[in-house]
Design a protein around this ligand. Structure first.
Ligand SMILES: [Zn+2]
Length: 360
């Protein structure tokens, strides 16, 4: 299932495709926001926080896309029920392999006008920053944020506006956003919300620090804190297995089963170690490793695609450990002997029984 790295790349690619030009089409096929009128608004920022995608739109146009006359931009953009402040519902995560963002153009790649390309690059750059609270003047002035979550199977695709694929006729399509050049189609999205950009903090209030945030390692003053806040949150429940704690988005945001397993492997930690037996220094090292691995995944994927990212343990059941040759084992968050097919399919744990022995 999509983790923070996938969300970050998705944000960059949607920013590159849509940034800087007014929307000419905006369909939100989700009951609470189905009546929203976003046509004419411009994407000013595309970013991700953990597994949450935030598309920030400006306050509204002075003119309609067809120049038909002034619009105030002040009226709520929806006739449906907006539910700002609804807390993210995910706290732990499930497994899945839907890394279907390969069809999405890279930032700056779409053949656009010079001005649009520059704008797209700026949007991609701001998307990479991953910082919350870095709202633009436009958003502070009354912009709106379209918040989506991919959940298990969601993904976005980008197509040429006017192409057959851009029609988005499938019932599995939950959102279609288009400029005159590119159309972004959101498939199987697990959540859509529309809220004032200034209210984003209410939406994300329950989440821990984003492992991909620039300031994560430095513990600098950010909206959600950095690694030290993650350590504090992780140690709150001392009996909890460390593999479970890492998946809890209230501890740190952005990890799923892949980077949980890879981080524990890198740190040679038995995945079911109760967090209470780990000292703060060890936990800090673990979280910094997780941040580094997810960040490296983003870097590699920008260059070579998500499939190019090396996994040393996840998905390598029965394969030889790259360190010691022992066959990689497969358990679940419920225990090392509870195989996913015994009722915990959603949270698999790959590990090396030798390198990551209990008490090691
Ligand atoms: Zn090993």
């Amino acid at each position: 299932m999509p983790e923070g790295d996938v969300l970050r790349l998705t944000a960059e690619r949607l920013g590159a495709a849509l940034g800087g030009s007014p929307l000419v089409r905006a369909e939100l096929r989700w009951p609470s926001v189905a009546g929203a009128d976003l046509v004419g608004r411009t994407l000013v920022e595309s970013t991700a926080y953990g597994k949450h995608l935030l598309l920030r739109l400006d306050a509204g146009p002075n003119l309609t896309p067809h120049g038909a006359g002034p619009r105030t931009g002040a009226a709520p953009p929806t006739r449906g029920t907006v539910r700002p402040g609804e807390s993210p519902r995910d706290t732990t995560e499930q497994v899945g392999e839907s890394r279907n963002t390969s069809a999405v153009p890279r930032p700056g790649v779409p053949p656009r006008s010079d001005e649009a390309s520059r704008s797209a690059r700026q949007e991609a750059s701001s998307a990479r920053s991953g910082r919350l609270g870095s709202t633009t003047p436009a958003s502070r002035a009354g912009g709106w944020t379209l918040h989506t979550h991919l959940r298990m199977d969601g993904f976005w695709r980008v197509h040429r506006t006017g192409s057959r694929e851009a029609a988005g006729r499938s019932p599995a399509v939950r959102a279609v956003l288009a400029t005159s050049t590119w159309t972004c189609v959101g498939w199987h999205l697990g959540m859509l919300d529309l809220l004032r950009t200034r209210d984003e903090h209410t939406l994300l209030a329950g989440l821990g620090p984003d492992v991909l945030a620039d300031a994560f390692a430095s513990s600098g003053p950010t909206a959600h804190g950095g690694v030290d806040e993650g350590v504090r949150r992780l140690l709150v429940a001392p009996q909890r297995p460390v593999c479970v704690a890492l998946l809890d988005q209230r501890v740190v945001a952005g990890l799923g089963t892949i980077w949980m397993a890879e981080s524990l492997f890198a740190e040679r930690l038995w995945p079911w170690t109760p967090v209470g037996v780990l000292d703060a220094r060890r936990v800090r090292g673990l979280l910094l490793t997780a941040s580094r691995l997810v960040g490296a995944s983003v870097t590699v994927a920008r260059r070579a695609g998500l499939g190019a990212v090396e996994r040393r343990v996840h998905g390598r059941h029965r394969g030889p450990c790259v360190r010691c040759g022992t066959p990689i084992a497969l358990g679940s968050t419920r225990g090392q002997d509870v195989r996913p097919d015994q009722g915990a399919l959603e949270r698999v744990v790959y590990w090396c029984p030798r390198c990551q022995a209990p008490g090691a």
